[in-house]
Design a protein around this ligand. Sequence first.
Ligand code: FAD
Length: 341
Amino acid sequence: REEEEKTVAMDKAEYKGVWVFIEQVDGHIRGVSHELLGEGRKLADAMGQELAGVLIGNHVEDVSKDLFASGADKVYLVEGAEYSHYNTDGFTVTLTDLIKTYKPNVILIGATNDGRDLGPRVACRIGTGLTADCTNLDIDAETGLVAWTRPAFGGNIMATILCPEHRPQMGTVRPKVFKRPVPDFTRTGEIVRVASKVKPEDIRTKFIELLQVCITSCNLEEAEIIVSGGRGMCKPENFKLIEDLAEVLGGTVGASRAAVDAGWKPALHQVGQTGKTVGPKIYIACGISGAIQHLAGMSSSDSVIAINKDADAPIFKVADYGIVGDVMEVLPIMIEEFKKL
Ligand code: FAD
């Protein structure tokens, strides 16, 4: 047992540096990767370690400069036609291999569809833990470990989790919980090119076609203006008012879980604990009460406008501007007034 403990202790000391898994589509880095580089920079500085981006793709080297601008000291670059599109098998093998070779201390992955697919598989292969869906990161003062915070028990408590026994410390982090850092294009860094070891037979799926289903109208995580409707919209036809206001403002349509469960909007539009976490400049909540699980997904919005006929609705506690009134009366007026601008 003593021997085992010694081995683990020695192993842990070998793991150094903070890594961010970089998500990109056709060379366009997703916002969450920049957000995690910004937050990773703070962790790396606090631990006195370096920050690296892990960039896996096809002909993507050019985007390394954007990663340095967002705070990376180093980029581990793996390129090949097999990485033209995200695929579970290829990315899992490659990221696992990189971790075994370079031994990072901390790995941050976006809690996106791809990140939620990749993170747990890699953690399992490495034999470490993974804190999923985090909404905050910090350094634990006592242990110096990363303190991963995430909602637990239906969002009723926030749990802070440490990973004392295993390395790397891994977690997925929700998009938009951190601000994207202001880029500094004077920063440069080192590119470590790593040859791909993935063989075609390692990839059991085949990319056929990318169908961009409502990419503009549902891209809530990147939206600057969101107009969201809840049960207070009363029936699906009334969501037309939400869509019209979103269109006039150049915004995106969101929905509460009650509206989604009622079948008024597809689940892609859901904001909240079990939906998307959003951080727009303006969030307009229409007929939404402001349940804790809804607030968990939108309270980092810069400015919240709430329309609700109940003056005591909890949404008004987080709203910067509140309109006590019937959405069926208020929304048509707003649409007409904004059309005039
Ligand atoms: P309600 O709470 O019914 O509120 C409707 C509001 O509309 C009321 O405040 C009412 O005053 C107002 N209203 C009614 N008529 C009008 C009118 N004509 N004009 C103006 N205002 C009007 N919820 C989410 O949204 N997202 C999640 O991700 C989510 N995850 C969950 C996860 C778990 C584990 C659980 C247990 C719950 C989750 N919920 C989530 C559900 C959440 O608890 C609430 O039930 C839900 O957010 C309520 O939606 P709502 O505000 O649209 O409806």
